[in-house]
Structure formats: C-alpha cells, structure tokens
Design a protein around this ligand. Structure first.
Ligand code: GLA
Length: 424
C-alpha cells in the first residue's frame, strides 16, 4: 500500500482535505464544510418520523437510554437529533433561542449534558427562514427560525454542546442564489464557533429536477444535503414532486444523484423508516424485506443512517437489522465513495467500491413478485470470496452470482479476494 500524507488547502467556500499518495496525485478528495464533523456518514436517531411535534425532555432521555441499552450506540449510532418543535415561540430578551419551557423544562444545555454523559452526540433543528417548518404550516406556535440570527443561534448551539444541526428550508420554491446565501450564512456562523457541528441541510423539499435546491451541488456548504422530499413508511407512492415519498420512490430519484456525493459530503435520502409504525399516518409501515432494502440501499449510497423508530418499543428484529455489522461497515467505509446502479441491469444491481479493494453489491428487487438476479462478478474484478451480509455467511466465490430475491427485498454482498485473508 502506498503511503499517503494529508494536505489541507483553503479554497473558496470550504476546506479541501486531500489524501496525497507518495506520487503527489490526489487519491481521494474530502470536502468538509465544517472541518472534522462528518468524515463518514452520520449514524443516529431523529424524533420526527415517529413523534412529529409530540416531543419532550423525558422522551429524548428515554430514547438516549434505549440507544445505549439496545446496543445501537455501540454499533455506531451516536447522534440524537431533536427535530422541529423543541423551540419556544419567543426568543429571550437578549435575542437567543430558548427551549419550550413546558416540553424541555431543564433546557437544551442540560439535555446535551445528558446525551454526552452517555457517550452520545446532540443534534438540534432550525430553519433558514423566519419560521421553522411546523411554524410555517401552523402546526406549532411562533416564528423563531434562524434567518438573520445565524451568528447568535450558532453561538447558542455551540454553547449548549450541539454536535449536529439539521437546517431545513421547508418550502418547494426559492431562488437558488437566495438559498445559497442563507445556507452559507449558517455554515460560516457554525464554523466561527470553532465547534465541529455536522451541518445537515434540506434545500430541496421536493424531488430532483423539480425544485431549485436540487440544481447544483452543496458540497462546499454542508456535510450532507437532502435529495428528496419527506420519506414516509411506505414502499412506493408515485405521487407528484412535492409530495411524500416511499422508499422505492426515493431509490429511483436518488439513483440519479449518487455520483455528485461522497467523501465528506453525504447524500441524504431522508431518514430511516425501519421499525416505524405507519398506522397513525395511515401508511402501511415497512415489511422486513422492505426494511432490508432501505438499509442496504442507503448503505450503498453512503447515506447517513438516522433511525426514526420508537426505540423504547423496538422489536428484536428491528434492532438486529439496524445494527447489522456488515451493512454498517459498507455504509461507513472509509473511502467514502458512493455506490451506483450497474449499467445494463435496470437498477437491479448496484455496486460500491470499498477502501480495502473489496466491492459491495446489492441485488435490489423492486418488483411485486420474487425475481432471480444474477451477475458475472468478473465484470468487477478478481474476487475469490463472497460474504452474504444479511445471512451472515461467507463462502468461496466461483463463477456466476445468482440469487432468488423476494419481492421488495435486497440481498447485500461483499466480494473480497480471498476468504482466508478477509477479516470482515
Ligand atoms: C420538513 C422536513 C422533515 C421535518 C419537518 C419538521 O418537512 O423535511 O424531515 O424536519 O420539516 O417540521
């Protein structure tokens, strides 16, 4: 293996970290809008998908406890993100944001301390407008967004020990120039605090091509950027560009984008619906096969894995799916390259090249019935060993790969040179 050195260059709008091989040619390029914050896709939990505005201090603390006791923290899930509806409807007399006193009576700094004491990291939500999304749509009181208050809000977040900011545009229409100005203002404010805070933006609120935020890259602005409208716990809805999306809808639209992402700037196809009860919103929820598909395909995209289920009632099966070590190793691969559909397979085979020379392969069956998917692996290189990630098996690889994949399911494989040599 070639020795590499690290070079840090300041370029317009961001820091550019390049790992240089001995030859001096860049091998990989890491863009980090907030240096040091998200070298691999963030893993964590967010309150929105299950609880919407029904959040409070004890819910978040119990979730944190469950993250530890369920083994999720030790598997790598560390960010606990408090989404919309934590904020009071008025700022303090000196202009700072403050927590809703009924929902979070001990305040957000105390909540951050609670999380940090358990080896977890603290995430919070705001919007680059006058109102947060729930405030905009009238489901939560007040107009306490961060637009025009970037510096003071970033300082407040840093002071509270915040490690992750979800910053949500929450509107289908906007001029991209206006969006850039607003998102960059918060990026600069976060940077100036000196605290590494993962910067997660949603410039889209709609699907690719239909909304202004999807044109152009946010690589120099944020650590990750939403590429879809809001996910719901369903397979495929096939609705308009500004409507909710099921996970198959998202795979279709995100497949077009993966190559724009990776290496410190992560594609955000929205949060996980694995184990989320769809009933209150009249969605079906994901089956086990569909849950495997969401995790497999998000791992292939090098996407953040932000669980959205109620951890206090999580089934053993959901826990096993979320903490599958082989799936997480693919998602978190240090080379940070994204996967993509293999040409000629109509999206049923995805490949992702990994740091140790191995390759991850997903056999994705979007059909309503079972289907045989096959592949000549010599198209991808010389490999002697195949790991079946969900089955937890490893065997010698010879000839064609061929699998019967159930409807809506995904089989995930990792090919390495030799089963004796591979440690994964
Ligand atoms: C938007 C986002 C969601 C969630 C809500 C909160 O819809 O896309 O993920 O943050 O706002 O109001």
């Amino acid at each position: 293996m070639k020795r590499t050195g690290r070079l840090c260059l300041a370029v317009a709008g961001g820091l550019f970290l390049a790992a240089l091989p001995a030859s001096g040619l860049p091998a990989v390029e890491f863009s980090q809008a907030i240096p040091g914050a998200a070298a691999t896709p963030p893993l964590g939990w967010n309150s929105w998908n299950t609880f919407r505005c029904g959040i409070n201090e004890s819910l978040i603390e119990h979730t944190a406890d469950a993250m530890v006791s369920s083994g999720m923290r030790d598997a790598g899930y560390r960010y606990v993100v408090v989404d919309d509806c934590w904020v009071a409807s008025q700022r303090t007399s000196t202009g700072e944001l403050q927590a809703d006193p009924v929902r979070f009576p001990s305040g957000m700094r105390a909540l951050g301390d609670y999380l940090h004491a358990r080896g977890l990291l603290f995430g919070i939500y705001s919007s680059p407008s006058e109102a947060t999304c729930a405030q905009t749509y009238g489901t939560y009181p007040g107009r306490t967004g961060s637009r025009g208050h970037e510096q003071i809000d970033a300082s407040t977040f840093a002071d509270w020990g915040v490690d992750y900011l979800k910053y949500d545009w929450c509107a289908p229409g906007a001029a991209v120039g206006e969006q850039r100005q607003a998102f960059n203002a918060m990026r600069d404010a976060l940077r100036s605090t000196g605290r590494p805070i993962v910067y997660s933006i949603n410039a889209n609120s709609g699907i690719v091509g239909a909304v202004p935020g999807s044109s152009g890259s946010w690589r120099w602005t944020s650590s990750m950027s939403r590429a879809t409208n809001d996910v719901v716990p369903a397979w495929r809805l096939g609705r308009g560009p500004y409507d909710y999306q099921g996970i198959a809808d998202i795979i279709d639209s995100a497949a077009l984008l993966t190559t724009q992402f990776g290496q410190g700037f992560w594609l955000d196809p929205d949060m996980l619906e694995v184990g989320v009860d769809g009933e209150p919103l009249n969605y079906p929820g994901l089956s086990t096969a569909e849950s495997r598909t969401q995790l497999s395909m998000w791992a292939m995209m090098a996407a953040p894995l932000i669980a959205g289920n109620d951890l206090s009632t999580m089934s053993a099966e959901t826990g096993r799916l979320l903490t599958n070590r082989g799936m997480l190793a693919i998602d978190q691969d240090p080379a940070g390259r994204t996967g993509e559909p293999l040409p000629g397979t109509e999206g049923s085979v995805w490949t992702r090249y990994l740091a140790d020379g191995s390759v991850a392969i997903a056999f994705y069956n979007a059909d309503v019935s079972d289907r045989v998917i096959d592949l000549d692996p010599s198209r991808l290189g010389q490999f002697g060993c195949i790991e079946n990630v969900w089955a937890g098996t490893k065997s010698d690889l010879s000839g064609h790969m061929r699998a019967n994949v159930a409807a809506h399911d995904t089989q995930l494989f990792r090919l390495t040179a030799d089963c004796q040599l591979s440690s994964s």
